[in-house]
Design a protein around this ligand. Structure first.
Ligand SMILES: NC(=O)c1ccc[n+]([C@@H]2O[C@H](COP(=O)([O-])OP(=O)(O)OC[C@H]3O[C@@H](n4cnc5c(N)ncnc54)[C@H](O)[C@@H]3O)[C@@H](O)[C@H]2O)c1
Length: 561
């Protein structure tokens, strides 16, 4: 059955537009743009109002000249799909379509839509006819065909290629098209340019499209806006005119005075910069996986080891990987590069060793957490099958609500196939779509569900917001994410709330030694990624208990003689 509405995360239904609505909508936009041009404002269309586009649109709409007058009018454009259409009415009310912990996001969108009136959103591609600048923020996924083998996959260019064709069909030849999407290196010159030029020629336009690339370094979280506006940019245009236009545009909207911009010679260099910086990060995280296992098996606390190393200034960015590396970018970006080498540039040899290996390690690291849960429960003489396990944290990093490719998803899936019953608490996540819509998310053929058995019941997995309720009766608790809510949990209160001693699994160095000791004293079992020293603490607690028992029995003997 065809659905005619789109539902927002909080359950509000929005009817999808019909043919007449498109005509009326374009009239609305023409009127607004006419007024905005009278005010001498540049018209910027941001295509795709997801995690990046929604906030980028607001940053551009908030741009002012030295007298405090807005210089841009922004139209966020989103295709009217059942999955995403709701973002348009949300934006038009002045509400962010993304959940953001940054206190700047909501007021900025409200201000631009309702007070400055420099931001609106639409569903019609006709809006592209009105643009001076088009910023492309649609997704470009990398689809993996197996778990832990990134080379067995491909770049999903469909949404991006379609967007570029549509843009070329509608825009004025003078419009700048700025691709911000993270793409396979070579895409701007070897995919976008030919697509757009062909359409231009069909339209009788001899001029080449004005194409440029500048990638986003956005970090959804506490500094969401600043990570777009107050951050270093890299850009490049397809020719001199495009380069001049992109530099001018970014200098106007981004704080390039304090965060100078790097202009590279060709878009492939800007595209490669994005892929290399994310592959570098994925690699330094992945290499700690083997040291994490080394630490667990040899009585070493890797958390303390890393703290000791970090004092050395050259090594200050060494970070503990947690239960896998999620987020939208790190798990896929290296794959885009490896894929481009063969499928855009035509090379047959296999030059990539470290980048794919790092991604494969990161993509499967979370599976080890299930083993730790199994072993901790076994030490308490409880079987994992049918155990009630509470996972604390669904998102991919601390204090954000973004669950894309989080290690937590794999933990839930593996433990479920091993027979456990899972509950999940996360103060930042209301719906975990990877489970609730597991047959269509992230796409109908690419849910991680397909790599595990017995997953059907997980469609009913709902995130709990009440920590006390979630804890009650749990056999095991997994600290999966360093959300601030979990850092100070007191062992006595936790065990009392659970109702009995339980297995405690620390995936992110959340527990200090005092807490680990207390959990053992309370009769719990503790295990952690990279935390081999817990065994020492356990032995110490046991020795202290035995000493106390011996002292008690000696006292008892002495009292009874
Ligand atoms: N999220 C991050 O943290 C982050 C950081 C840096 C870079 N990036 C990159 O930015 C790009 C966008 O990522 P995102 O997180 O915003 O993705 P997203 O999936 O949240 O948003 C993409 C949006 O584009 C829309 N869209 C797709 N095709 C369209 C079309 N033809 N017309 C109009 N809208 C269309 C989708 O419906 C969606 O709303 C990606 O290349 C990503 O790799 C993301």
């Amino acid at each position: 059955m065809v659905k005619h509405y789109s539902i927002s995360p909080d359950g509000e239904k929005f009817k999808l537009p019909e043919a007449d609505d498109f005509v009326r909508e374009f009239e609305r936009l023409q009127n607004i743009v006419g007024n905005q041009r009278d005010k001498d404002r540049e018209i910027v269309v941001v295509m795709g109002v997801g995690f990046v586009g929604a906030v980028m649109a607001a940053v551009v709409a908030d741009t002012e000249d030295e007298n405090g007058n807005p210089t841009k009018f922004v139209i966020g454009m989103q295709r009217p799909s059942t999955r995403s259409y709701w973002k348009i009415p949300f934006l038009n009310r002045g509400l962010p379509p993304v959940q953001a912990e940054d206190p700047e996001v909501a007021p900025m969108i409200h201000r631009c839509v309702n007070e400055k009136k420099t931001l609106t959103a639409t569903f019609t591609y006709d809006v592209l006819k009105l643009a001076d600048v088009v910023v492309v923020d649609v997704q470009c996924d990398y689809l993996k065909e197996s778990l832990g083998d990134v080379k067995n996959g491909q770049t999903d260019m469909v949404a991006l290629e379609k967007s570029l064709e549509i843009i070329a069909e509608h825009i004025s030849p003078r419009a700048l098209v700025l691709i911000e999407t993270t793409v396979a290196p070579g895409t701007t010159e070897q995919v976008a340019y030919p697509i757009m030029r062909k359409v231009f020629r069909k339209r009788g336009i001899e001029k080449d499209p004005l194409l440029a690339h500048s990638f986003e370094r956005v970090m959804p979280g506490k500094h969401y806006v600043a990570s777009i506006r107050d951050f270093w940019r890299v850009c490049s245009g397809i020719n001199e005119e495009a380069t001049n236009r992109v530099v001018k545009f970014l200098e106007e909207v981004i704080n390039t005075k304090e965060y100078p911009m790097t202009v590279l010679n060709r878009p492939i260099e800007s595209e490669t910069a994005k892929i290399v910086e994310n592959s570098f990060r994925a690699t330094i995280l992945a290499f700690l996986d083997e040291w994490s296992l080394f630490a667990e098996r040899n009585g070493v606390d890797l958390i303390k080891v890393l703290e000791a190393i970090r004092v050395r200034p050259t090594h200050s960015n060494i970070i503990f990987p947690g239960p896998g590396i999620g987020g939208y970018c790190l798990p896929k970006d290296g794959g885009l590069g490896v894929w481009a080498y063969r499928h855009i540039h035509g090379f047959e040899d296999d030059i990539f060793k470290i980048t794919p290996l790092a991604i494969d390690i990161n993509d499967t690291r979370a599976l080890h957490v299930a083993q730790l849960v199994r072993d901790a429960l076994r030490n308490m003489s409880r079987p994992l099958a049918a155990a009630e396990i509470l996972l604390l944290g669904a998102s991919y990093r601390e204090d954000v609500g973004d669950t894309r490719y989080s290690g937590s998803e794999l933990i839930v899936r593996r433990l479920t196939e091993m027979g456990a019953e899972l509950r999940v608490h996360d103060p930042y996540v209301r719906h975990w779509w990877e489970f609730e819509k597991q047959d269509e998310y992230p796409s109908p053929t690419h849910s991680l569900k397909r790599f595990f058995r017995s997953q059907d019941k997980l469609a009913g997995l709902h995130i709990q917001q009440d920590l006390k309720q979630a804890l009650y009766g749990a056999d095991a608790v997994i600290f999966a994410v360093r959300h601030k809510h979990y850092l100070d949990l007191d062992p006595d209160t936790l065990v009392e709330t659970a109702g009995a001693p339980l297995a405690v699994i620390d995936c992110f160095g959340i527990l200090d030694d005092v807490k680990i000791k207390r959990y053992f004293e309370l009769g719990c079992e503790v295990k952690g990624l990279g935390r081999g020293h817990v065994k020492r603490i356990k032995d110490k607690v046991r020795a202290e208990r035995e000493e106390m028992l011996m002292a008690l029995s000696a006292k008892h003997k002495a009292d009874s003689t």
